[in-house]
Ligand binder design. Structure first.
Ligand code: MOS
Length: 757
């Protein structure tokens, strides 16, 4: 690979590049899945369960069928054996079902699909479907009678453990033992969950916002019992996903079945409130964290027990102890993971799924330990910083955690902090400074790309990567432009179509690394082909040069001594155009990894699951919180966060992504909670008016610093990914700042005024 990690840290930065799809998005030209024009579609509306546990005793459809324009109503009583295999959960395994039987697993479950000539007719009829239930008392969350506990493990297969935890606590001069909790949260991407299905004979095209094109294709084929080659999934741009559109939804196949029954395209746009129950969410969690340390702050023991809510049949969990156990140099570690099965829809991945809740617990406990030691909380992190993963004993590929703290602290003015809680005032406002660590494992998967370069110096790249708002297509353009020595405007990029070369799910922040590596590989094939032809040409300026030394730069093929040939001339020698197909499988994955991805399963080389190094990006959040002396109103006037994530492909996009993460962390601390009515196990604020998110006035100053970092071990391009890093730890930084402002430790999110009265 010619595009190795640059030696000069300043060169790690790509140029700030506006997103290439920006004009299409702001002018309305971008086609979201439900915007795709299909001929004469019928419209679907979902009927969802009004109870959380029990069975459907029967339907009365007469009133609904009388609505003018109604074409079909699918229920478990009339769909026969159209479904060959149930839609899986977010982990690809067993989950709650939809129309498979009369069984009701959770409130808001899809139990019928109405299809009509218009959306309005479908919605009207859906409201007139009468459902008779055999209802049972549901158990919705941790404290409800009837939930069941199951011991579980993180994805790595083990709950991390090391040393002798009893001994570790016996050796400790200071201990913290505390319990923490985080709430249910929903992604609420602005683009709703939509599906449009079109059959042409045997062939099905599905337009659906998705983080995994080949996953949709393969899964749908399996559920319908048809050949994968007869399914095409298209999702050119996605209006937000955050993990909610990676899998785990049951609606898609029923729209395909409805369209087949009707012999006509069918389009579904589910409502905002249905989105709370027909897809996944961030499950509520509970934690017990115990820390032991010597007087000088060195950890002697770290124990973390996590509990997560799950649905009845699913074993999905995030298992964040896999991350928290690796954060600091503790010689003795014990962890556990427990799923608590309840009458709920299956949870799923939501931005930094394990890290957001589990790091809240660990980073709150670290702050409590700093207080118990009368030590500065940044110094406590410094004392326990390590370049070695304490669980595996392997080195971190790179770890710039303290550089992040130092950069953020200098910018923030941390030295002005009076260590005593409730000591800083500004008029009627109690002022607190809090900090916490951010981290995210560096993942990479298998990917393929097709690339063509023509004599006019224009390139086109086709890759089934996913533009979920993460500037994925721009990453592809930047990578190709840089490797081919042409302008970004000269690279046309096609993404979001399962007919294009496969890449893994856009999850786990792997996308920038995976797509860039595949595209770089394709560019290298183009370079090599042009170089071979150039050195073999007796009449050319590069005759007899070593082909390995030739580079594509500035619209030319350039050799030693600045001998060069214009790209157009070099291309003439190979017929005026080069087209290549490249596959990239990262070291450590089986050579068949790309075939597995094409088959709809995502395999990734996970930062915590590697056998050579442990790979994480790190960061530090510092936040100022102000709590009003009389009303206890909580404000966050400013935050400063610094991150080191290896090679930054596009500093402009990375900055936005990290800032968005930091804002979401503030939101997770102070705003967001999906409230559950425990009697009905039903979400009660299932709308954007009831589900609080921050507005500009809530986040007046959110600063992001990117600390240069060169990582030659994480992957060939040194890219760690920034998609999820920014949110992690900010919830704890806010809670720690609230403690510093008020002297009151809040261990359950979100923090509300009433918690501080
Ligand atoms: Mo992301 S929550 O891994 O899609």
């Amino acid at each position: 690979m010619t595009q190795a990690v640059p030696q000069d840290p300043a060169a790690l930065y790509g140029r700030a590049t506006p997103r290439i799809d920006g004009p299409a998005k702001v002018t309305g030209a971008a086609r979201y899945a439900s915007d795709e024009p299909v001929g004469h579609p019928a419209h679907a509306c979902l009927v969802t369960s009004a109870i959380a546990r029990g069975r459907v005793a029967g339907f009365d459809l007469a009133d609904a069928q009388r609505v003018p324009g109604v074409l079909d109503i699918l229920t478990h009583e009339n769909v026969g054996d159209a479904l060959k295999s149930s839609p899986p959960g977010p982990d690809g395994k067993e989950s709650t079902t939809t129309l498979e039987s009369d069984r009701i697993w959770h409130d808001g479950q899809i139990i019928a699909v109405v299809v009509a000539e218009s959306f309005e007719a479908a919605r009207d009829a859906a409201r007139r479907v009468v459902v008779r239930y055999h209802s049972e008392t549901p158990a919705g969350s941790f404290d409800d009678e009837g939930v069941t506990e199951e011991a579980s493990k993180p994805d790595s297969g083990e709950n991390p453990a090391r040393g002798d935890i009893t001994r570790g606590f016996a050796d400790a001069a200071v201990q913290v033992d505390a319990q923490y909790a985080t709430p249910t949260q929903h992604h609420n991407p602005i683009e709703l969950f939509t599906t449009t299905c079109v059959w042409e004979g045997e062939r099905l095209t599905v337009y659906e916002p998705s983080q995994f094109m080949h996953g949709v294709k393969a899964q749908l084929a399996k559920q319908l019992g048809i050949e994968p080659r007869n399914v095409r999934a298209i999702s050119r741009v996605v209006g937000g996903a955050f993990g909610s559109k990676g899998g785990g939804g049951g609606r898609t196949v029923w729209i395909a079945i409805a369209a087949r029954r009707l012999g006509r395209p069918v389009k579904l746009v589910a409502s905002r409130s249905q989105g709370f129950t027909i897809h996944t969410y961030r499950a509520e969690t509970r934690h017990r964290v115990r820390l032991g340390a010597t007087r000088d702050g060195r950890l002697t023991a770290l124990s973390h027990d996590g509990q997560e809510i799950g649905s009845r049949p699913s074993k999905y969990r995030v298992g964040g102890v896999d991350v928290t156990a690796r954060m600091y140099a503790s010689p003795n570690i014990a962890t556990s993971t427990t799923i608590v099965h309840a009458d709920r829809n299956t949870p799923g991945y939501m931005r930094a799924p394990p890290e957001t809740p589990y790091m809240f617990a660990l980073e709150s406990a670290m702050d409590e330990l700093a207080v118990a030691l009368a030590m500065d909380p940044i110094e406590l992190r410094r004392v326990n910083d390590t370049q070695t993963d304490p669980v595996s004993g392997r080195p971190f590929s790179s770890r710039s955690l303290m550089q992040c703290y130092d950069a953020a602290a200098a910018r923030f003015g941390w030295s002005r902090r009076n260590p005593a809680p409730a000591s800083m005032r500004d008029g009627d406002w109690m002022v607190g400074y809090g900090c916490a660590t951010a981290c995210y494992p560096s993942n990479v998967g298998a990917g393929a790309a097709r690339l063509a370069l023509d004599a006019t110096g224009k390139a086109s790249v086709a890759i089934a990567t996913h533009e979920i708002g993460t500037v994925a297509a721009t990453v592809v353009a930047i990578t190709a432009a840089r490797a081919l020595g042409i302008g970004i405007a000269d690279v046309a990029v096609a993404v979001g179509d399962s007919d294009l070369p496969a890449v893994v799910v856009a999850g786990g922040s792997n996308n920038a690394a995976t797509a860039a590596l595949a595209v770089a590989q394709a560019c290298e094939m183009v370079r090599a082909r042009l170089a071979e032809a150039a050195v073999a040409a007796p009449d050319g300026p590069l005759h007899f040069a070593d082909p390995a030394t030739l580079q594509l730069a500035g619209g030319a093929l350039v050799g030693p001594g600045n001998r060069r040939e214009a790209l157009a001339d070099a291309l003439k020698r190979v017929g005026g155009r080069v087209e290549v197909y490249a596959e990239h499988v990262p070291p450590g994955l089986p050579p068949t990894a790309l075939r597995t991805v094409e088959g709809g399963e995502s395999v990734m080389r996970r930062g915590t699951g590697r056998d050579d190094v442990t790979a994480f990006a790190f960061g530090a959040h510092l936040a100022e919180v102000r709590v009003h002396r009389w009303t206890r109103e909580i404000r966050v006037p400013r935050s400063v966060s610094a991150f080191a994530a290896g090679t930054i492909v596009n500093p402009l996009a990375a900055h936005s992504q990290l800032m968005g993460g930091a804002i979401w962390g503030i939101s997770a601390a102070l705003h967001e909670e999906t409230e559950l009515d425990p009697r009905a196990a039903r979400y009660v604020n299932d709308s954007l008016e009831g589900y609080l998110v921050p507005v500009n006035a809530d986040v007046p100053s959110v600063e992001v610093i990117i600390v240069p970092e060169q990582d030659t071990r994480v992957n060939e391009l040194g890219i760690k990914g920034v998609g999820e890093l920014g949110i992690v730890g900010m919830n704890a930084a806010i809670a720690n700042a609230v403690f510093h402002a008020t002297g009151k430790r809040i261990r359950e999110l979100p923090i509300r005024i009433e918690d501080l009265l």
